[in-house]
Design a protein around this ligand. Structure first.
Ligand SMILES: [Zn+2]
Length: 307
């Protein structure tokens, strides 16, 4: 008897990616489409359409898991903490299950990332891993002994909305965050946060985080200063994690993780402690979705989070 293929959906702020895996982990199908911006129903319908098309192509039904920023509340089943804010407050699992007429597993994308890196990525073999995604937003996941630690409220690792530690006077009150607070780590550590800081400090408008990193690599002094400010924010944020969790490995993912200078000065310059290894993510495709397979397989075989 053949087992059902597994469909993993990576629901991001700018794109939705679907991948179907066979039982042996081989990729049967893969597709990426833009995320409808700030449109909850259209986002649901896009996911459902992708699944239906994939199943038509596969010729059979599949199990479905979705990785996304934020998480479902274990108390009311509604989404929280997603930087795709149209998802927040919505009963996403209920709605997508109703559209697809089956159970669907939903989990945090940074948890997928951390598990993936701990399983066969940059942190392979480490007993404890803090996986950070710094890109459009800022998220993180904790893995201990090859298991995601998601916490009794399901928010473990939601580090992006902690305040920036030890703010200097010129960093207060800090930029407004979509969550309603000011000066949260995400407003400093995400790609848009880095770009905003550069614009505010230099007056140079419209440069992306990537463009700033490229300018730094060419020796631009203003871009270098921006990245030095960024590094102190990252170090201050991570120092809290080290004091509480003391992970063996910290792995960075997301677009910002491509900035190689982050791996040189950070730990020794800014904190007396450091993770045994501080690494960039494994260079491969689909890492999050491969981990998603493990996450949703586990979830589907155990109790539902939502009562
Ligand atoms: Zn926030």
């Amino acid at each position: 008897m053949t087992t059902q293929p597994m469909i993993g959906i990576d629901l991001g702020g700018t794109k939705i990616e679907i991948i179907a895996l066979a039982d042996d982990g081989s990729i049967l199908l893969q597709r990426r489409v833009p995320t409808p911006q700030n449109q909850y129903r259209r986002t649901l319908e896009t996911i459902a359409q992708l699944v239906r098309e994939a199943e038509t192509s596969l010729g059979r039904a599949a199990t479905v898991g979705i990785g996304l920023p934020g998480s479902l509340s274990p108390f009311d089943g509604k989404m929280r903490n997603a930087n795709s804010v149209c998802l927040n407050g919505q009963p996403l699992r209920e709605d997508i299950e109703s559209l697809l007429d089956r159970r669907v597993s939903i989990t945090n994308d940074a948890n997928c990332f951390a598990l993936s890196e701990a399983t066969d990525g940059a942190a392979t073999g480490a007993g404890s891993v803090f996986g950070v995604i710094v890109g459009a937003g800022t998220g993180a996941g904790l893995v201990v002994e090859s298991k995601v630690l998601d916490g009794c409220n399901g928010v473990a690792g939601e580090w992006g909305h902690n305040p920036l530690p030890w703010p200097r006077p010129d960093e207060l009150p800090g930029p407004a965050c979509w969550c309603g607070q000011r000066g949260r780590l995400e407003t400093w550590l995400s790609g848009p946060g880095l770009a905003r800081d550069h614009e505010e400090q230099t007056g140079a408008k419209g440069l992306t985080a990537r463009a700033i990193a490229e300018a730094e690599a060419r020796g631009d002094p203003a871009a270098t200063e921006t990245l030095e400010r960024y590094e102190t924010c990252l170090a201050r944020g991570l120092s809290h994690i080290i004091n509480i969790f003391d992970p063996e490995v910290i792995v960075l993912g997301g677009g910002i993780s491509n900035i190689q200078r982050l791996y040189i000065p950070l730990a020794p310059k800014n904190t007396p402690f450091r993770a045994r290894r501080f690494l960039s993510r494994a260079r491969r495709k689909n890492a999050g979705i491969v981990a998603l397979r493990q996450v949703f397989t586990t979830q589907l075989s155990t109790k539902r989070c939502v009562a």
